[in-house]
Design a protein around this ligand. Structure first.
Ligand SMILES: N[C@@H](CCC[C@H](N)C(=O)O)C(=O)O
Length: 278
């Protein structure tokens, strides 16, 4: 099969995006791993597939795979690229696009300046939703014992996909590459977890690095940013509108507390189009 694709990124979190509306496309795990291989395939953090919706009220269905072939519930930076892709490919002329995901619905709002705001829905702090096997009852911070490292304090957050948010005094490579994988695959997270390390600069700004589940550290993680900011707001550390500085650039997050949705705004960039034999 000759597969047409667009290579895109949101702040350096990179994607291969495929139109499965105009033509049916199926991938097996080996094909996804091949496409995701930066040396032998195309290379990406996530593969995004644009499909027709199941529900008639929705505009599209959004499927997401990590580069190791695992299917995931949500990808925030990918959602902004998804919006740009469906408009560029003339799959819609709407600027407010309703999309089904594996875990619920999201809304993509294309702004006049080309940036995209994603209504990510409401976060959940209930450990069961990640899942996270909590030893304590509902508390804002949980302590997790890491083999050979000791205890870390974290906030479990689900924004569709699972995140563990760790507040740190200073971000270091050692933390992200050392603690990241230990938390990602800790037995208390049966489905594994994305791990965010957040340095609070002031009530409106944070530095953030994310060690993504099944991928490793990425230049930016949209859902990871939403999870970190809502955890910080809930703890009382942050105001309701925050700018997160990631390795790949800045994302703006807005959240007004329990019962309200998270709004994430940032850029989406197409790099090139291509085709590859599968
Ligand atoms: N890069 C993403 C998140 C992708 C999924 C994640 N690796 C997972 O396994 O949940 C984003 O921008 O949100």
């Amino acid at each position: 099969m000759l597969l047409k694709f667009s290579k895109m990124h949101g702040l350096g979190n990179d994607f291969v995006v495929v139109d499965a509306v105009s033509r049916k496309v199926y991938f097996n795990k080996e094909q996804i791993e091949f496409l995701g291989d930066r040396n032998r395939g195309i290379g990406f953090d996530q593969l995004l597939i644009v499909e027709p919706p199941i529900s008639p009220e929705m505009d599209f269905r959004y499927r997401i795979y990590n580069s190791n072939g695992s299917e995931v519930e949500h990808c925030g930076n990918g959602a902004r690229c998804f919006a740009k892709f469906v408009i560029e490919k003339d799959l819609t002329n709407k600027s407010v696009i309703n999309v089904e995901t594996k875990r619920g619905q999201i809304q993509l709002i294309v702004q006049d300046d080309g940036e995209v705001t994603v209504d990510m829905g409401e976060p959940s702090f209930n450990p069961v939703d990640l899942p996270f096997d909590a030893t304590e009852n509902d508390t804002a911070l949980y302590s997790l014992e890491l083999d050979g490292y000791g205890p870390v304090e974290l906030t479990p957050v689900s924004v569709g996909n699972p995140h563990a948010v760790i507040r740190v005094d200073r971000l270091t490579d050692e933390l992200v590459s050392g603690v990241g994988p230990l938390v990602e695959s800790h037995s208390s997270f049966p489905a594994n977890v994305n791990v965010g390390f957040m340095e609070v600069l002031n009530r409106d700004e944070v530095n953030l690095r994310v060690y993504e589940r099944d991928v490793g550290e990425t230049q930016a993680c949209g859902t990871g940013t939403c999870a970190a900011i809502v955890a910080g707001i809930r703890q009382g550390w942050l105001n309701s509108k925050v700018t997160a500085h990631l390795l790949g650039g800045d994302l703006r997050i807005e959240w007004h507390g329990e019962g309200s949705p998270i709004l994430m705004t940032g850029p989406a960039t197409k790099v090139f189009e291509g085709q590859i034999y599968l």
